[in-house]
Ligand binder design. Structure first.
Ligand SMILES: NC(=O)c1ccc[n+]([C@@H]2O[C@H](COP(=O)([O-])OP(=O)(O)OC[C@H]3O[C@@H](n4cnc5c(N)ncnc54)[C@H](OP(=O)(O)O)[C@@H]3O)[C@@H](O)[C@H]2O)c1
Length: 312
């Protein structure tokens, strides 16, 4: 089968190559999914699981991509809850071959059923961004109605979903990003937008929650904006400093079938709109992610069309 693989840790996205790889084996509780559309997260080539298995052994050539939408074609021994032919979407494991391939083996519990009227390219934009945004805002920061949240990278994959979820719960949303992201962030529901290169972050005043996806200096400068009792959540890096009277948390997104199902229902009801900035075929994966300036939201790789025919 065709897949995108990486072998060289120092090569960056230029090291993403189209390769012929063996059809995957379905382990216990796995399904094999025929991938229709796949998502890729900037930064995942730095994650340890891209290069080693859970025992720390080199697992190159490895297939990146941890979001998918597709159809179940095979069940592993003991797998329950999904059936052959079913449309599904969800996360692939961090330390196993991923979704930038025609087929992939995934633990069934990482996937949720997908309604027939949701396009695979839209569904593939939801698992990591949607679960990360939900878990950050509500499981970790406990954002509620009437609170103020500062969301960095508001036009990006995670940030664009976080803005919509935060508005729906009745929070006041301040989005940040690059100057070009202003209209997208405001269009998603942010009440205020800050261009991080030009506007002064300190003018935001105190907020109940900071949601950070950028890290570094932006993360550090955001710490003092958290009001006592408030929370800073970041998915970029463990925070070095804690807010005065508040807390700062780094977390890694976890699979959650029930939440994925809820996110898909919001999407069908028109309450959630993942931004698919670009859709590119599998052989163009490297160029899709090597571009200097990315499009808003997620770039999705279309592997097969709705009928399962190869898309190239
Ligand atoms: N820990 C976890 O579980 C977890 C889960 C999901 C994602 N992540 C990480 O979170 C990060 C964001 O993921 P994503 O999918 O949302 O990425 P993304 O789609 O690239 O979104 C990030 C957004 O922030 C903007 N941005 C980045 N640096 C900026 C800066 N210095 N000034 C202004 N804007 C800036 C980006 O603009 P440009 O596109 O113009 O750079 C983009 O709009 C990645 O590093 C990813 O690895 C971690």
């Amino acid at each position: 089968m065709r897949a995108i693989t990486v072998r060289d840790r120092d090569a960056g996205v230029g090291g993403l190559n189209l390769t012929d790889m063996p059809y995957p084996h379905a382990a216990e509780n796995d399904v094999i999914v025929r991938v229709h559309a796949a998502g890729f997260t900037p930064g995942e080539l730095d994650w340890p699981g891209t290069w080693s298995d859970r025992a720390g052994r080199d697992r190159t050539p490895s297939i990146p991509g941890h979001e998918l939408s597709g159809a179940v074609v095979e069940l592993g021994y003991g797998t329950t809850g999904l059936t052959v032919g079913q449309r599904v979407f969800g996360l692939t494991d961090w330390a196993r071959n991923g979704s930038l391939a025609e087929y992939t083996a995934v633990e069934a519990r990482n996937l949720a059923p997908l309604a027939a009227d949701i396009d695979h390219t839209v569904a593939a934009a939801l698992p990591i961004s949607g679960l990360t945004a939900w878990q950050g805002l509500f499981d970790h920061a406990h954002l509620t109605t009437g609170q103020t949240v500062l969301i960095h990278g508001a036009a990006g994959g995670v940030g664009s979903i976080a803005v919509q979820l935060a508005r729906e719960v009745g929070a006041r949303v301040i989005g940040t990003g690059r100057a070009d992201d202003r209209d997208v962030a405001l269009g998603l529901g942010a009440q205020t937008f800050l261009d991080l290169a030009a506007d002064d972050l300190q003018h935001v005043g105190e907020v109940d929650v900071v949601f950070d996806v950028i890290g570094g200096d932006i993360l550090e400068r955001s710490t003092e904006l958290v009001r006592p009792g408030g929370t800073l959540v970041t998915v970029a890096m463990p925070p070095a400093v804690q807010p005065k009277g508040g807390r700062a948390i780094f977390f890694v997104v976890e699979p959650d079938r029930a939440r994925l199902t809820d996110l898909a229902q919001r999407l069908r009801a028109g309450r959630l709109n993942p931004i698919v900035g670009a859709v590119r075929p599998l052989p163009e994966t490297a160029s899709a992610f090597a571009r200097h300036r990315r499009t808003p939201g997620k770039t999705i790789i279309q592997v097969a069309d709705e009928q399962g025919a190869r898309h190239s």
